[in-house]
Design a protein around this ligand. Structure first.
Ligand code: CMP
Length: 509
């Protein structure tokens, strides 16, 4: 009889007690493993006692069998004690979590090794043991095909490392969740609404799953979209700026700073039916577990920004706007437009000498014409159809210099101001490019309107020719490099020339 059991039984008892202590303190979640250890230890002790008893009573054959089983249970207990302490207590503490499947695989391999060695020690031939195990495995494999598919799926997922515990995934049916555990047969996915999806591993491998917020194994924030709708009469550039300023202006919890959020106009009048522009705030979510609450914070920020800027969210498209054929309403709307146009004209020093009545005549000939930053409003050399009344925003007057590829800046005009008068009033081609530097609100006045006024008050031509001459000479000075003296002389000459041109063009002579 093996002497070493006299010390091995108490030693293993000590190890089991120590393991229980460690697990209770460091990994209470692994307590259920303790039960397995205790059962193995009890079977071990029972086998030892049985082996001693049978040896005493002279039954050597059965005593031998009990010895083999005592060896087996001893080894199994040791394997379990080591695995529990290592995989449940020590490695997680060192932030080296090993998945359940890998732990089980290691323990399983250890079982086979110690099992074969125990049987070998007990006098069995290793080749017999291996052959018997192979036959048993074959029979099991045939009868448990589906289960084995899942098990192999689980092993494959673990080994190729495509999905990890903690990853956020989206299944083919659109459900999203965080991988809680990859088990032998299935993968446990916890959704945001506190449900748990059990996906058989074979199925998980067969479908296209999306790993959220990860690229090339690197964690990246997930891109989110928050849509909102604004009446399409509000200029998109303004809506975008108002919302972007508010979103970027101060941080929002869980919204990544880099890459930062952005605002875009997605569509105007979707399908040609909706009476709103569709906008979206795109942001990068740093914590996938809190997606909706973060979108809600973003929506609140959008709402407040639009309220401050007096831009209402669009009414639902189902709303029916009934415009009765009401002449009063129409007139009211038109008079509102005329008021706006009149106030634009009133801001223009160019029209200071016009009476109110003359200005009102002009309002029938002007049209609102906004431009966004970067747009070319007039092109040098083009035929002039309009004079532009710049209500707000900045434009750059640029001229082409012969031989140069780039245009040269002549002047920057800020609203209220005007431009395009040279072409309109003299009939000559445009003298320069005018490019919107910022988003600008403009009105365009056509030639017929101007003709009406100038025919009534021909001396406007004289007043304006001076302004025109100043601008034109400034432009020529930049283009041809004139000094101050040459400039003054040129101004006088140009004024006379321009006046003549205006009078000819409008038939005032
Ligand atoms: P027009 O020639 O019709 O088109 C280009 C416009 O640029 C021109 O009318 C003027 O209104 C404007 N412009 C040209 N030169 C100057 C200048 N020196 N300062 C301000 N505006 C100018």
């Amino acid at each position: 009889m093996e002497k070493y059991w006299y010390w091995m039984v108490p030693a293993l008892f000590g190890a089991v007690v120590l393991t229980a202590f460690v697990v209770n303190h460091l990994a209470p979640a692994a307590r259920k493993r303790l039960r397995r250890i205790v059962i193995l230890y009890v079977l071990y002790v029972a086998s030892v006692v049985g082996a001693f008893g049978l040896a005493e009573s002279g039954n050597a054959a059965w005593a031998g069998r009990f010895q083999i089983s005592a060896h087996l249970f001893e080894q199994f207990t040791i394997v379990n004690v080591v695995a529990t302490v290592l995989f449940d207590a020590v490695l997680p503490r060192a932030k080296l979590a090993v998945s359940a499947i890998l732990t089980d695989l290691i323990v399983g391999v250890a079982y086979i090794v110690v099992g074969i060695s125990a049987m070998h020690q007990g006098g069995m031939h290793t080749s017999d043991v291996v052959t018997t195990s192979a036959v048993v495995s074959g029979v099991l494999a045939l009868s448990l095909q589906a289960t084995l598919g899942n098990i192999l799926g689980g092993v494959a997922i673990q080994l190729d490392g495509s999905v990890h515990v903690g990853d956020w995934i989206q299944l083919e049916n659109g459900k999203q969740g965080r991988v809680k555990d990859i088990r032998w047969r299935h993968t446990v996915v916890e959704t945001r609404d506190w449900s748990t999806i059990i996906v058989p591993n074979a199925q998980l491998l067969a479908q296209n799953i999306t790993i959220l917020g990860k690229r090339g194994g690197e964690a990246v924030p997930q891109r989110m979209w928050v849509y909102f709708q604004v009446d399409f009469r509000y200029p998109p550039s303004r809506v975008v700026k108002v919302v972007a300023d508010a979103i970027v202006g101060a941080p929002i919890e869980r919204v990544a700073k880099d890459p930062g959020p952005s605002v875009i106009c997605m569509d105007l009048a979707r399908d040609g039916k909706d009476s709103f522009g569709l906008y979206a705030v795109r942001y990068w979510l740093t914590d996938l577990a809190v997606d909706d609450p973060t979108s809600s914070l973003v929506r609140a920020r959008i709402h407040a920004a639009l309220r401050r800027a007096d831009i209402p969210l669009a009414r639902p498209t189902q709303s029916l706007f009934i415009n009765p054929d009401n002449a009063g309403d129409l007139e009211l709307r038109e008079s509102r437009h005329r008021d706006q146009e009149l106030s634009a004209l009133n801001c223009m020093t160019l029209f200071d000498s016009l009476t109110l009545e003359e200005k009102e005549t002009l309002t029938h000939h002007i049209r609102f014409a906004p431009f966004t930053a970067g747009e070319v409003v007039t092109r040098q050399g083009a035929v002039a159809h309009w004079l532009y009344i710049l209500e707000s925003g900045d434009v750059e007057v640029r001229t082409k210099i012969e031989g140069a590829t780039e245009t040269k800046l002549v002047a920057t005009l800020s609203g209220p101001n005007f431009f395009g008068e040279m072409g309109l009033m003299t009939g000559e081609p445009r003298f320069a490019d005018v490019v919107a530097k910022t988003d600008v609100d403009c009105y365009r006045l056509d030639k017929a309107g101007f003709q009406e006024v100038i025919t009534k008050r021909p001396n406007i031509a004289t007043e304006m020719s001076k302004r025109l001459a100043e601008r034109r000479v400034e432009l020529i000075a930049i283009r041809d490099g004139l000094d101050d003296e040459a400039r003054k002389a040129r101004e006088k000459k140009e004024q006379a020339h321009i006046l003549e041109n205006i009078q000819n063009f409008f038939g005032l002579k």
